[in-house]
Design a protein around this ligand. Structure first.
Ligand code: GLP
Length: 243
């Protein structure tokens, strides 16, 4: 695991954006795994700037997002499909038909989830998976529990995640109770992983995840077993790391 602690959020964003840009330049037909949350907004803005400056093209890229709230249509302003369109897809030359976000709809969860897994496999697997980290150590929406869920699945969100994410909704009541997320196995199959973390509220959990014991109670700790991970933290999130 390579750990980079930057001097600022802007530098964290640029360093992480460069990782994604290098992946796209090396293989213009690469498969990117993408993440939502406040943390990656800056790096998506940097990728848009690279595109606008003619330094980067997403024309051949396929993408798979980590997760989506169950019950929200892609037109809902808090859906992750909406987030991705607003922060990246609407501003670059990616073919929108080649962008995938797990559906928040559909009753037959097993079918929806297994179709998502199949689509990732048929695309050749994820070359680079971008991750944020939840305040409780979740990646995607894989919440702390007694095991590492393997495949894409429906998950009940913990109260702490609903409270943390309620800042983006009008009230806690409006935060969905369930989400659909890639599993830990799905994430670990990516050939490379870039995890971004920003802010002092991530400092302790980031330390637990990358320097503590590997446990499903800190889902991100599994990344210690992945052979090709880059962690990019800003100064505040990296403040408690010992190396
Ligand atoms: C959500 C997403 C995660 C993300 C996390 C942290 O719960 N499902 O993928 O990493 O938020 O978000 P933020 O970057 O806003 O702290």
């Amino acid at each position: 695991m390579r750990v980079i602690v930057t001097k600022s959020y802007d530098e964290m964003s640029r360093v992480a954006a460069d990782e994604l840009a290098a992946c796209v330049r090396d293989n213009p037909a690469c498969v990117l795994g993408l993440a939502t949350g406040t943390t990656p907004i800056g790096l998506y803005a940097d990728l848009v700037s690279d595109f606008e400056a003619g330094r980067l093209s997403f024309a051949g890229v396929t993408s798979f997002n980590l997760d989506e709230y169950v019950g929200l249509e892609g037109t809902h302003p808090q859906s992750y499909r909406y987030f991705m369109n607003k922060n990246l897809f609407d501003h670059v030359d990616i073919d929108i038909a080649h962008t995938h976000v797990p559906s928040g709809l559909g009753d037959d969860d097993g079918k929806v989830s297994s179709e998502y897994e199949l689509a990732i496999r048929q695309a050749g697997g994820v070359d680079l998976q971008l991750l944020g980290i939840g305040p409780n150590g979740h990646i995607g929406f894989n919440e702390p529990t007694d095991h590492f869920p393997v495949a894409t699945h429906r998950v009940e969100l913990t109260e702490s995640t609903r409270v943390a994410n309620s800042r983006l909704f009008d009230s806690l009541d409006e935060v969905p109770r369930y989400a659909r997320t890639m599993g830990i196995g799905t994430i670990m199959r990516a050939r490379k992983i870039v995890l971004v973390a920003s802010g002092e509220n991530k400092a302790q959990i980031l330390r637990d995840a990358i320097e503590g014991p590997v446990t499903p109670m800190v889902p991100a700790s599994i990344l210690q077993f992945h052979p090709n991970v880059v962690v990019v933290a800003d100064d505040k999130a990296g403040a408690l790391l010992s190396r």
